[in-house]
Structures are given as structure tokens and as C-alpha cells.
Write a protein that binds this ligand. Structure first.
Ligand SMILES: *Cc1c(COP(=O)(O)O)cnc(C)c1O
Length: 395
């Protein structure tokens, strides 16, 4: 796989999605790289083992599938190189552990993906790392929180559940002044509609399980490093922790990548329709979706993002539990599910009171996250409308 071949011209992102990580010449002209299931790589002699004529030593450390996907994601994100992991969370924890040490202070976005928060609160604190959460809308105010021992500023934009868009350039500028590493969970954008490395972020992490996979059938994560220096530290972290990904998942992720742009565009178009309809519903106190003109994050989103996706949340007006259950349980097209980024619509109740500390969550109504899939949006709206009828009957 030659990086040079892929980088011959400065192609647009849709072209990159189609071609990144492909090298048909290396495999008899096959358009797609065949899945290479591998642990063992064999050598015919001691000399060949000592001076191998191919670049892979052992499946976990690197193999044709991982290399292809890592190069593709690096190209998409505009980074140097990447590591892959068996899940988004494994990519995140590997990346954090590769860079932080006992005695460090780390600043973590308050709207971070809840399992990332649990990792920080339990594992990082157990290692003697000071964890501090900051308001996702802090912008350049982050400067005031930086201490002598701050080693990492971790962002997630838009934030989980409530989709606050962070002022990434302002936060990165403050970090750079003090030589602090920055990391950003870029799952929402799939690496496509927001490019944190272009804004100076050092490591872009992502749950590939979501939009890149796109079909609710894989578990995979990636962390892309901005430079060779960052990559070397990240890769050592992955080697120490045994972080790696299965070739079948990598293959499915490469397949997902080819159609991500069109899927996401449709998800976003459908979601905007549903969000605009939800905004007008009297049962809804707030719709969280940065692509909505009335969303408080709209301006920053417009400045930094080139598109949206199908993920939004609604805050229902305060109502008895029974009304919320009747709303949720009768929906035909929104099964309850913890993921997003797939072809189908899903609903997940949020427990934001458990995962906000810089900005404690005080809303009394139920907050529900909706993943808007590729169904006909009119059907989704009609399903939600019937849901509100049930909701109102039980209030
Ligand atoms: C789902 C998710 C993750 C974790 O990804 P997994 O592949 O499920 O481990 C990380 N960050 C965000 C924002 C997510 O939504």
C-alpha cells in the first residue's frame, strides 16, 4: 500500500472516501482488499526472520487490513497515521493512556461520551491523574483552567447527548501556547464533516462503529495522529496495551467508508426534517441539533462543520413516567438501542444527571436521543406524531 499513490493529488473528500486505502495492484487487481485473517506471519529462514522482505511481523502489530484502514482514515482526517482498536472506547482509552502519567492534570469536556467519563473517573483517578471537567462552551476560557501539570485537553464536539459545539480553534490555541496535547472525539463527524487535525488537534479519536461502519454490525475504533512524533507515542501505547482490531471488522469498515458521504447526507436531510417538525411540537421543550437555525450551537457548527448527521435529542416537557413510556413503547420505527450511525432509526433515553458535573443537569423532563435513519422521514414523523397522542393521553 503506498501512501504516495494515494496522495498524488490533493483530492476532495468524496474522492478520498472512494479511493483511500485501496491498492488493487497489490492483490491481483481486486477492487477491494481481501480480508486477511492473520495472527502468524511465517519466515523460511533465520536470515529472512532477521531481515524480512515484507513489513508485517505479527497480526496484532500490523497487517494488510489494519494498514489499509489506518491509511484511509489518516487520509480522511488529514493526519500522519493511525492506530485501530476493537472498539471506539478502546481507541479512546489507548490514546489517553499513551500520553498521560501519574501526577498529570487533564481537562475533559463535560459532555464527553459517558463511558469515557467513567474511564477517567475510575481508571485515570486510580492511576493518580487529576481529572477536571470543563463546560463544553468554555472556548478560550479554558486558559484559566490550565495548570502547570495539565498534560491533556480532551474535547468531544458536538458533545454526547446535548450536542454542544466546542470552539476547537480557541481551545487548541490555548493548549498550543502551553505545549499541551489535544485530543478530540470526532465520532459525530465520521471524520468527514469536521477535520480537527486541520484545526491543530493532535489526536482525532473515533468510534468507527457509528457512521463509518454505518450498518449496526461492527465494533471498531480509530485514533489518528497529526504527526510522526505523535503517532510514535500513540503506536507504543497500542503495542503496550495489546490494542488491535479484527480484520473482518476492518474490512467492513473500509466498505462502510465508501458510502459514508451519501448515507450521512441523507441521514442529515431526514434528521433536519424531523428536527424542524419536533421544534414546533408543544410536547417538546427543546430540540438539540446544531443544524437547526435556532440551536444555540448553530453559528459555531456552521463555521467549522461542512455538514450534519442523523443524531439529535429532544427534551420532553415534564410529564408522568407513564406518558413517556407510552410515547416510547408504542413507536414502530424507533426501537430502543444504544448505538447510532447505522441505516435505521433508534431511540435512547439519556441519563444526563449522571454524567454532567461542570454543568449539572437540572431538567425535569425526559431527554431522548433519536438517531434518524434512512427511512422515509414522513413515516418517522407520523410515528412520532402517534407517540405524542399517546403521551398527551397519559399526562
Ligand atoms: C459510541 C461512542 C463511542 C464508543 O464507541 P464504541 O465503538 O461503542 O466503543 C465513543 N464516542 C462517542 C461519541 C460515541 O457515541
Amino acid at each position: 500500500m503506498s501512501r504516495k499513490k494515494n496522495a498524488k493529488h490533493n483530492h476532495g473528500k468524496n474522492t478520498r472516501l472512494v479511493h483511500a486505502g485501496r491498492d488493487p495492484d497489490a492483490f491481483f487487481g481486486l477492487a477491494n482488499l481481501p480480508v486477511g485473517r492473520v495472527s502468524t506471519i511465517i519466515y523460511p529462514s533465520l536470515e529472512a526472520y532477521e531481515n524480512p522482505n515484507h513489513k508485517f511481523r505479527y497480526g496484532r502489530v500490523g497487517n494488510p487490513m489494519s494498514e489499509a484502514f489506518e491509511l484511509a482514515m489518516s487520509e480522511l482526517e488529514g493526519g500522519y497515521n493511525a492506530i485501530t482498536a476493537s472498539s471506539g472506547l478502546a481507541a479512546i482509552t489507548t490514546a489517553i493512556l499513551a500520553f498521560v502519567k501519574t501526577g498529570d492534570h487533564v481537562l475533559i469536556c463535560d459532555a464527553v461520551y459517558p463511558p469515557t467519563r467513567i474511564f477517567c473517573d475510575e481508571t485515570l483517578k486510580r492511576m493518580g491523574v487529576e481529572v477536571e471537567y470543563y463546560d463544553p462552551l468554555i472556548g478560550k476560557g479554558i486558559e484559566k483552567l490550565i495548570r502547570k501539570n495539565t498534560s491533556l485537553i480532551y474535547m468531544e464536539s458536538p458533545g454526547s447527548g446535548t450536542f454542544e459545539v466546542q470552539d476547537v480553534p480557541a481551545i487548541v490555541a490555548a493548549a498550543k501556547k502551553r505545549g499541551i496535547l489535544t485530543m478530540l472525539d470526532n465520532s459525530w463527524s465520521g471524520g468527514l464533516i469536521f477535520r480537527p487535525i486541520e484545526h491543530g488537534v493532535n489526536v482525532a479519536v473515533q468510534s468507527v462503529t457509528k457512521y463509518v461502519g454505518g450498518h449496526s454490525d461492527i465494533s471498531l475504533g480509530v485514533a489518528v495522529a497529526d504527526t510522526e512524533k505523535t503517532y510514535k507515542i500513540l503506536k507504543r501505547g497500542a503495542l503496550h496495551l495489546g490494542t488491535c482490531a479484527a480484520p473482518d471488522e476492518l474490512w467492513l469498515a473500509l466498505r462502510g467508508l465508501r458510502t459514508m458521504a451519501v448515507r450521512m447526507k441523507q441521514n442529515a436531510q431526514n434528521a433536519l426534517k424531523v428536527a424542524q417538525w419536533l421544534e414546533k411540537r408543544p410536547e417538546v421543550a427543546h430540540v438539540y441539533y446544531p443544524a437547526l437555525k435556532g440551536d444555540p450551537n448553530h453559528k459555531l457548527w456552521k463555521r467549522d462543520f461542512s455538514g450534519a448527521n442523523g443524531l439529535l435529542s429532544i427534551l420532553l416537557k415534564e410529564a408522568p413516567k407513564k406518558a413517556v413510556s407510552q410515547f416510547v413503547n408504542g413507536l414502530e420505527l424507533f426501537p430502543i438501542g444504544s448505538s447510532w450511525g447505522g441505516y435505521e432509526s433508534l431511540l435512547q433515553p439519556q441519563s444526563l444527571e449522571k454524567c454532567r458535573s461542570a454543568n449539572p443537569w437540572t431538567e425535569k423532563g425526559a431527554c431522548l436521543r433519536l438517531q434518524i435513519g434512512l427511512e422515509d422521514p414522513e413515516d418517522l414523523i407520523a410515528d412520532l406524531e402517534r407517540g405524542f397522542e399517546r403521551f398527551n393521553k397519559n399526562r
